[in-house]
Design a protein around this ligand. Structure first.
Ligand code: CA2
Length: 159
């Protein structure tokens, strides 16, 4: 069985639990502070707690990471190579600009899911382009924080 194969217990290859890396891009550490009409009132700390609770419920290990820097996000994706079984990523504004993040996701060959709290496709024209979507297995958008939980379940094959 390959390193990316998942069984019903979320134990890849029957060994240690599945590991999922959750990456949040620039300004998402400011959640709950401004623009609640777009992103809701929940804070980044509350989002982390929800993700950790869902990961525990699913029996997977979650590594959570937030950065405002494109190169740092590329480094974190590369560090997942041969170590992580699935990636959940909200690249925030880099969604619409970053060939580097898309290339990094493609290079590691790890199943990835794109998440957006809002629905960028119903907002300004410049948000309708996603460089990330073509290298992801699925996109969850416009569901608030629930999108991250749906992405975790998707990677575990439980949706
Ligand atoms: O809807 C999403 O999750 C986005 O990825 C959020 C990005 C935006 O550039 C994307 O088009 C869609 C922006 C994140 C900024 O987060 C803030 C949080 C609090 C206050 C202001 C911005």
């Amino acid at each position: 069985m390959s390193g990316q194969s998942i069984n019903n217990n979320n134990f890849p290859d029957g060994g240690s639990p599945m590991k999922i890396l959750v990456i949040n891009g620039p300004n998402l550490n400011m959640l709950g502070i401004r623009e609640p009409e777009i992103y809701g009132t929940g804070t980044y700390a509350e989002l982390e707690a929800l993700i950790r609770a869902e990961a525990a419920r699913l029996g997977v290990e979650a590594e959570l990471f937030q950065s405002n820097h494109e190169g740092t996000i590329v480094d974190v994706i590369q560090s997942a190579y041969r170590r992580i079984n699935g990636i959940v990523i909200n690249p925030a504004a880099y969604t619409h600009t970053s060939v580097a993040i898309a290339d990094a996701l493609k290079s590691v060959g790890i199943p990835a899911v794109e998440v957006h709290i809002s629905d960028p496709d119903t907002r300004e024209e410049f948000r309708r382009v996603s460089y990330i979507r073509p290298v992801c297995a699925a996109t969850f958008k416009g569901m608030g924080f629930e999108g991250y939980l749906r992405a975790l379940r998707f990677l575990c094959g439980r949706y």
